[in-house]
Design a protein. Sequence first.
Length: 138
Amino acid sequence: MAFSSGSRKGPMADINVTPLVDVMLVLLIIFIVTAPIMTYPIDVALPQRVINPPPQLREPPPPIDLRIDASNQIFWNDSPVAAATLQQMMETEVQRDPTNQPELRIDASSDSEYEVMAKVLAAAKNAQMMKINFVQQQ
């Protein structure tokens, strides 16, 4: 009896893809079976259609230009104002329309005292002014 030695010269270069195909088919079957189970409805609260239109936006009132110069004089729209009457004037503006307040633009000189600025801000806070802006000097 003659047996062949089966000696090849070099490593085997073929890849056996049969186990890979078997595993992929098993995974495919698992996904096909479990996919219908995983679908379920999600409750989402969608917004309802608004029957009433939104209220018309009102045009904002003209802004109040408040200026403090180097001599600590306060000007309300270019008219000199005493610091004692400032809060009362702000309260009057707020009471005209509390939901649509004017913008308070404060332009303080760099040479003015901090105490005057603190009094102006305290008056605005006590008068419940909501829109306070500072003007940058150029």
